[in-house]
Design a binder for this molecule. Structure first.
Ligand code: HPA
Length: 277
């Protein structure tokens, strides 16, 4: 059997010994949304470290556990802390947690993250509905022999971010009065922040926000046929746009300030998305 698939199945067996929870929607909590777990009616938590073979996250501000529970009676699983490529894991390991949530039953993936704003109109603290992505600067998580049990060799990425889900989130934001930008997310490996020249390049390429995660997760999710949507918290303007250096602490601070709006939008969007599933 394929070693990556074997590891996934090992993790699946391991987590199924701890919980039989069946999530409908999977959620990745990015920087600034870590506290979202406190708004979930928690049924069970599972530490990543307790899952045999599971990559464990190291970055500060990210806890490492799955939270199973309900958002207004919608069964969800949330990743409190994700795995980043810059931590040194293979891309297969980085996306294993996503694949595992699908294996457990989740048909929809909602990704969230903190990003640097590239679009000139953006401000620190803005929320952005992700409409498309550029993953060309990181290795694909699908490199190597295709795992036919997960999906097809050449998955279509035309509407990676589901049109109907995007519409639901945009309408929800309008209804609850949360301003929401729209844009394209570009993933770089990090962990260093970008140079101003890299940001100018990314802008020319059509990117509106930059980060060090997410796009690879979306590829793995689409490979498995999940419907995907994503919201980014623009925690800072990207390198070279303000004349000031970027500091992780400041990025975290703006993400924290946006957290209440971010949480409300995610909660309401989950409820509305569940209605159309
Ligand atoms: N660049 C990359 N990743 C980020 C940034 C940024 O400016 N802000 C938050 N995550």
């Amino acid at each position: 059997m394929n070693a990556i698939y074997e590891k996934l199945m090992q993790c699946y067996d391991s987590i199924r010994k701890q919980t039989d929870f069946q999530p409908k929607i999977a959620l990745v909590l990015g920087s600034g949304l870590g506290d979202f777990a406190e708004t979930i009616e928690v049924a069970q938590t599972v530490e990543y470290s307790s899952i045999e073979g599971f990559p464990t996250s190291t970055v500060q501000g990210h806890r490492g556990r799955y939270v199973f529970g309900y958002v207004d009676s919608v069964p969800i699983v949330a990743m409190q802390g994700r795995v980043h490529y810059y931590e040194g894991y293979s891309m297969a390991d980085v996306v294993l947690p996503i694949r595992l949530m699908k294996r457990m039953g989740a048909e929809v993936l909602m990704v969230t993250n903190a990003s640097g704003g590239i679009c000139e109109q953006f401000q620190a603290g803005d929320l952005m509905l992700i409409t498309d992505q550029i993953a060309s600067f990181v290795p694909s998580p699908l490199l190597g022999p295709n795992i036919d049990a997960l999906g097809t060799r050449f998955p279509d990425m035309t509407e990676a971010y589901d049109v109907e889900l995007r519409e639901v989130i945009a309408q929800t934001a309008e209804r609850i009065g949360v301003p929401l930008r729209k844009g394209v997310y570009i993933q770089f490996t990090g962990p260093q922040f970008e140079t101003p020249a890299e940001i100018r390049m990314a802008r020319v390429l059509g990117a509106d926000a930059v980060g060090m995660s997410t796009a690879c997760e979306v590829i793995a999710a689409r490979h498995m046929g999940m419907r995907v949507c994503g919201i980014s918290c623009v925690s800072n303007l990207a390198a070279g746009m303000t004349g000031k250096p970027l500091l992780h602490e400041e990025v975290q601070q703006y993400a924290d300030e946006a957290a209440p709006r971010f949480q409300k939008l995610v909660t309401e969007s989950i409820i509305e998305i569940n209605r159309i599933l």
